[in-house]
Design a protein around this ligand. Structure first.
Ligand code: ASP
Length: 594
């Protein structure tokens, strides 16, 4: 230890100085949360990551003059005797409020300029918080979040280690491969004009580790995706990446259920159910209009196509003739929803391509009102309402279009209506959503894409459909969903070369282009591959939900903002010309008019 400490070693954290230490001498170190000069004494409230404690410097103390100049956020070391505060001075709002430290020695370890905001200030704009993240992170709430994050990561590592998993690191500089999101590219100095990609996930690497004989792998892996940001998305994030050989979906479910159970118990002392409910993708869409439904509330979708099939209301009739459907939700207790709010729900539906919403209100007085009363008499409206088990006070929202549009729109309207109702949504509702469609049709590109990635195995009984009805092929995939968030996804992988080649072919790869992008992977599949499966769970999202934070930014120490920049380091920034030329990169002058 250097001269700065001179025998003053920290003996206690601020938050740990309690009544059991009365009469003892302690040394605490930390930031000055507050300095208060009451003329006979100077009070210093010190803060470290465990909490705060008050120290008092007497007027006659040799340290009194120095204390006078101490300001907020100075870093100091204080030694002194712990004394009980007089009853009238006890601060019930402060965990250490029954005691204080009578200062016998004080050292200023570093001075601080006036900070851009006070640590105690809750209302600071996010950009300012992130620019001075080191001050923001001093807030007790932030310290709590990162302690939870640490504890969760340790609990996960312990659980997986006990289960025989090996933590193996995979490279961050890899090859770029098509499919999936946009890659971050890193130029190569040794190979001018060529690029590494940062992994979107260690997908191929972990499968190759299975081929390599490591039958149980995990990694808290950093993943990179150059996508537009949202509150629940960051360009770099951490995935609990897991892969297992000689296993199938049931093994993954059991492992993930046990792991989540362990983490929630260890960290929050919350008991999760031993098994999580399961819905197929098809059921989730039909019932909730979402592949990641929040199942903490009902308002499930109801298909009323049969009930309205003989209508001459053109919007409904047209949708049904075109093979679509008429469905709705019962926004229970929302009959009194103001018109402006209903309009907002219509906008939500339109955002999902629906042309609009029709609605039926059942006011408390027992009457029935509707935007479609021109086409349906009261008896028919009541018949429709009965399909939703509606009662006075309810509001039914209806949508007619293609199945996809109706489901997407109502799924979003369901969530928005629940938000408006301000339902007390409590608890942790885990859910497996399984058997996603293997392929997704892109109307723009007029081709199919793999719904997750091209290594996902189709359901055995659907393989034959690959040629005749590809959109109907289901996959051996699963998502873990929690309270309306997708925590992560996984699948049983294709482990036979012929099927993998067929998949590549199907996705429009020629032998050559497949070899270019996945050559090493295709090669590996030739040399003995165990059946395997895995999952990647977003650690940041898990922590966000565990801590009740409202954005991923709150649970990542140094996150990016919306335009993917870092307000603290100013990354990304310009690179000097000589560095660029070394990399074989030429800067094209920006056109200011653009
Ligand atoms: N690599 C997948 C993902 O990042 C997860 C998996 O299939 O294991 O979504």
């Amino acid at each position: 230890m250097g001269e700065s400490m001179k025998g003053m070693t920290r003996t206690h954290y601020c938050g740990h100085v309690d009544e059991s230490l009365i009469g003892q001498t302690v040394t605490v170190m930390g930031w000055v949360n507050k300095q208060r000069d009451v003329s006979s004494l100077i009070f210093l409230v010190l803060r470290d990551r465990t909490g705060i404690v008050q120290a008092a410097v007497d007027k006659n103390s040799a340290f009194y003059p120095a204390s006078k100049n101490i300001r907020m956020e100075f870093v100091v070391a204080v030694t002194g005797k712990v004394i009980a505060r007089t009853p009238e001075n006890v601060n019930p709002n402060m965990p250490t409020g029954a005691i204080e430290i009578e200062v016998t020695e004080l050292r200023i370890l570093s001075e601080a300029e006036v900070p851009p905001f006070q640590v105690a200030d809750e209302g600071v704009a996010i950009d300012t918080r992130l620019k001075y993240r080191y001050i923001d992170l001093r807030r007790p709430e932030m310290q709590r979040i990162f302690e939870i994050r640490h504890n969760a990561a340790q609990s996960i590592r312990r659980y997986l280690t006990e289960g025989g998993f090996l933590e193996i690191e995979t490279p961050v500089l890899i090859n770029s491969s098509p499919e999936g999101a946009r890659d971050y590219l890193v130029p190569s100095r040794m190979h001018p004009g060529q690029f590494y990609a940062l992994p979107q996930s260690p997908q191929q690497m972990k499968q190759i580790l299975m081929v390599s004989g490591f039958d149980k792998y995990f990694q808290l892996a950093r993943c990179f995706r150059d996508e537009d940001l949202r509150a629940d998305r960051q360009p770099e994030f951490t995935q609990i990446d897991i892969e297992m050989s000689f296993a199938d979906e049931e093994n993954v479910y059991a492992m993930a259920e046990e792991m989540m159970g362990r983490v929630f118990k260890d960290v929050l002392d919350v008991e999760l159910p031993a098994k999580f409910p399961r819905l197929t993708w098809h059921e989730a869409m039909e019932r909730f209009g979402s592949d990641k439904p929040d199942t903490r509330f009902g308002m499930e979708l109801v298909n009323i196509s049969e009930v309205v099939k003989s209508t001459d209301f053109q919007v409904f009739a047209g949708a049904l003739q075109n093979g679509g459907s008429v469905r709705g939700i019962n926004a229970e207790g929302c009959a009194a929803m103001p018109r402006k709010q209903i309009d907002a729900l219509v906008e939500v539906a339109k955002h999902h391509q629906a042309k609009g919403l029709a609605w039926i209100t059942l006011p408390e007085d027992g009457s029935i009102k509707s935007t479609i009363s021109k086409f349906f008499d009261d008896d028919k409206l009541r018949e429709i309402a009965a399909e939703f088990n509606a009662k006075p006070g309810d509001l039914i929202l209806l949508c007619a279009d293609t199945n996809k549009i109706v489901l997407d729109a109502l799924g979003a309207v369901r969530t928005a209506a629940a938000k408006w109702k301000n339902l007390p949504l409590e608890g942790f509702n885990f859910l497996w959503v399984t058997k996603f469609p293997l392929l997704e049709w892109s109307p723009e590109d007029e081709r199919f894409y793999a719904s997750t990635h091209p290594f996902t195995s189709p359901l055995e009984e659907d393989v034959a459909l690959l040629d005749s009805d590809p959109a109907a092929v289901r996959s051996r995939s699963y998502d873990l969903v929690l309270n309306g968030y997708e925590l992560g996804s996984g699948s049983v992988r294709i482990h036979r070369q012929e099927l993998q080649n067929k998949m590549f072919e199907f996705l429009g790869f020629t032998k050559e282009t497949a070899a270019e992008s996945f050559g090493y992977f295709i090669d590996a599949l030739k040399y003995g591959v165990p059946p395997h499966c895995g999952i990647g769970l977003g650690l940041d999202r898990i922590i966000m939900i565990m801590t009740g934070a409202d954005s991923l930014r709150e649970v990542i120490a140094f996150p990016k903002v919306k335009d993917a920049s870092c307000p603290m380091t100013h990354a990304p920034n310009d690179a000097p010309a000589d560095q660029l030329s070394e990399l074989g990169i030429m800067k094209i002058a920006q056109n200011d008019d653009e």
